[in-house]
Design a protein around this ligand. Structure first.
Ligand SMILES: NC(=O)c1ccc[n+]([C@@H]2O[C@H](COP(=O)([O-])OP(=O)(O)OC[C@H]3O[C@@H](n4cnc5c(N)ncnc54)[C@H](O)[C@@H]3O)[C@@H](O)[C@H]2O)c1
Ligand SMILES: [Zn+2]
Length: 435
C-alpha cells in the first residue's frame, strides 16, 4: 500500500498493556458485585462517584423534581432530537418483517421478531453528561417494544443530572438508577437484592464499562463493544485543514484515549491539518483531554491513491468515518468496515452524536468488522418456527430426515422421522432402518 505516516499514535504493545489492566480490574469488581450485591455496588459508588443515597433508584417524585429543573429550551431541544431518532428507528423497524413461506408443498417456515424482554441501558456521564445516549438506547428499545427498560447514569456532583433523567423518562425508561461505571452495568446484569437482573445490556461507556459488558456477555446479551470514541476523517483537497482539524479534535475531546485519524491523499492538507490542530488546541477549552488523545492516539496518514485511502480506512475500521472528497459515493459503495459514515462536508460526527437521528452507539476497537451500531434490530430476536400441513409432506420430508439422521448415526432422531413416515405415509419402517 502506498502510505506514509506524518504522525503515528502509541504502539500497539502499549495499548495492549492498558487493556490488560482494565481487564483485571473489571474481573475482580464483577466477582465482588456477584458475591456481595448491593453492599458492593454501594461501596463502588462511594469510591468512584462519592455518592451513597438511600436508594439508587429514582422515585416518580424525584424524576419529576429533576425534570422541573430542565429549562423549556433544553426540553424542546431534547424533544427535537428524540423526534429525529424515533423517526429513523421506526423506519428501520418497519424494514424488518416477520415472514412465513411455503418452501415445499405443505412445508411452512417462518420467523418472528420478538423484543428482548428486559434491557439495561447505560448512559455515560463521567466526563460529560451524555444526555444523547438516553435517546439512543432507551428510545430505540421503546420503538422495538421492549417491555422493561432500565436506565442508569452516574451522578453529577452528587445528584442525578436533570437533563439525563428527563431524556430517559421522555424516551420511555421504566426504572431509572443513578449509578455509574462497572457498578451500574454489573448490578443491572447480575442483579442485586434491590435490582432485578436484565436480559441484555446496551449503551456506550469508558474502557471499564465496555470491558464489563464484554465480560458479562453470555450471562446477558450485549449490543456491541462500544468503548472510547474513535474518529476518522477521509479527506482530499476539496476541504481545508480547518475543517479536518476541527472534526478530528471535536471527537478527541471525549477522553484521554480517543483515536482521531486523518486519511488523505494530500501531503499539504496533512501538514496544514497538523498545524491547525496545534492552533486549535491552544484555544480549545477541552484541550486538556483532547491534546492527550491527539498526542497518544492521533494519526495522519498520507496515501498515494483513493484506493489506498479506502484500504487503510477499511483496515482501521474506525467507529466514525467522515468522508469529504470528490467521490463520497464511491467510498459509501466500497467501505465495508466502520461504525457509521458521515458523507460530505455539510454533516459531521457531532450531528450523529446528538441530533440527526442515526444512532450514536457504535462499534469501536475494530468491532465494525463484524457489527454495525446499536439500532432497533439489536433489541429484536429473530425466532424461526415451522409447520408441516399435509400427510404427503410429512412422509416425504420424513424419509429424507430418516436417512440423514442415520448418516450421522442418530438412531433416536431417525425414529422421530420414521414414526411420521409410518403414521402419515403408511409405510412400515423398522427401528433404525433408513426410510
Ligand atoms: N462507542 C460509542 O458508541 C460511544 C458513544 C458515546 C461515548 N462513548 C465513550 O463513552 C465514554 C464515556 O466515558 P466517561 O468516563 O466519561 O463516562 P462513563 O459513564 O463511561 O464512566 C464514568 C464512571 O466510571 C467510574 N469510574 C471513575 N473512575 C474510575 C476508575 N478509576 N476505575 C473504574 N471506574 C471508574 C465512575 O463510577 C464513573 O461514574 C467515553 O470514552 C466516550 O468516548 C462511546
Ligand atoms: Zn462524540
Amino acid at each position: 500500500m502506498g502510505t506514509t505516516y506524518l504522525k503515528r499514535g502509541k504502539p500497539t504493545a502499549e495499548r495492549a498493556e492498558d487493556d490488560a489492566k482494565v481487564r483485571a480490574t473489571v474481573e475482580v469488581t464483577l466477582k465482588d458485585i456477584e458475591a456481595r450485591g448491593d453492599a458492593a455496588v454501594r461501596e463502588l459508588s462511594e469510591k468512584f462517584d462519592n455518592f451513597s443515597p438511600p436508594s439508587f433508584r429514582l422515585t416518580q417524585s424525584e424524576i419529576d423534581a429533576a425534570m422541573s429543573k430542565v429549562s423549556d429550551r433544553d426540553m424542546a431541544d431534547i424533544d427535537f432530537a428524540q423526534t429525529q431518532i424515533r423517526r429513523f428507528a421506526e423506519a428501520q423497524r418497519a424494514s424488518l418483517r416477520d415472514i412465513e413461506v411455503e418452501t415445499l408443498p405443505g412445508v411452512i417456515l417462518g420467523h418472528r421478531n420478538i423484543p428482548v424482554q428486559s434491557v439495561g441501558c447505560y448512559v455515560p456521564g463521567g466526563k460529560f453528561p451524555m444526555v444523547a445516549s438516553a435517546h439512543m438506547s432507551v428510545l430505540t428499545a421503546a420503538v422495538a417494544g421492549v417491555p422493561r427498560i432500565v436506565a442508569a447514569a452516574p451522578p453529577q456532583k452528587g445528584e442525578p443530572h436533570p437533563a439525563i433523567v428527563a431524556a430517559m423518562h421522555r424516551a420511555g425508561a421504566h426504572e431509572i438508577y443513578v449509578l455509574g461505571g462497572m457498578q451500574a452495568v454489573g448490578a443491572m446484569a447480575l442483579g442485586t437484592e434491590t435490582i432485578t437482573p436484565v436480559d441484555m445490556l446496551v449503551g456506550p461507556g469508558n474502557a471499564f464499562v465496555a470491558e464489563a459488558k464484554r465480560q458479562l456477555f453470555g450471562r446477558v446479551g450485549i449490543d456491541l463493544f462500544a468503548g472510547p470514541t474513535e474518529t476518522m476523517v477521509i479527506a482530499d483537497e476539496t476541504v481545508d485543514a480547518e475543517m479536518c482539524a476541527t472534526d478530528l479534535l471535536g471527537q478527541a475531546e471525549h477522553g484521554y484515549n480517543s483515536p482521531a485519524v486523518l486519511v488523505t491523499n494530500s501531503e499539504i492538507l496533512g501538514r496544514q491539518t497538523l498545524a491547525e490542530i496545534a492552533r486549535i488546541l491552544a484555544i480549545l477549552p477541552t484541550a486538556e483531554t483532547a491534546s492527550v488523545s491527539w498526542r497518544d492516539y492521533g494519526e495522519v496518514i498520507v496515501c498515494d491513491t483513493y484506493q489506498d485511502m479506502l484500504d487503510v480506512a477499511n483496515d482501521i475500521a474506525s467507529e466514525h468515518v467522515q468522508v469529504m472528497t470528490d467521490r463520497d459515493d464511491w467510498f459509501l459503495e466500497h467501505m465495508h468496515s466502520y461504525g457509521a459514515l458521515f458523507l460530505g462536508p455539510r454533516t459531521n460526527v457531532a450531528n450523529g452524536d446528538k441530533v440527526i437521528g442515526t444512532n450514536h452507539t457504535l462499534p469501536t476497537r475494530k468491532a465494525g468488522r463484524y457489527t454495525g451500531g446499536l439500532w432497533v434490530g439489536k433489541f429484536l430476536k429473530t425466532h424461526s418456527y415451522q409447520r408441516v400441513l399435509t400427510d404427503e409432506a410429512a412422509a416425504s420430508i420424513g424419509a429424507y430426515c430418516s436417512r440423514l439422521c442415520l448418516l450421522e448415526g442418530f438412531v433416536g432422531h431417525a425414529e422421530q422421522a420414521n414414526l411420521r413416515v409410518r403414521r402419515y405415509g403408511g409405510r412400515s419402517i423398522g427401528y433404525g432402518e433408513p426410510a
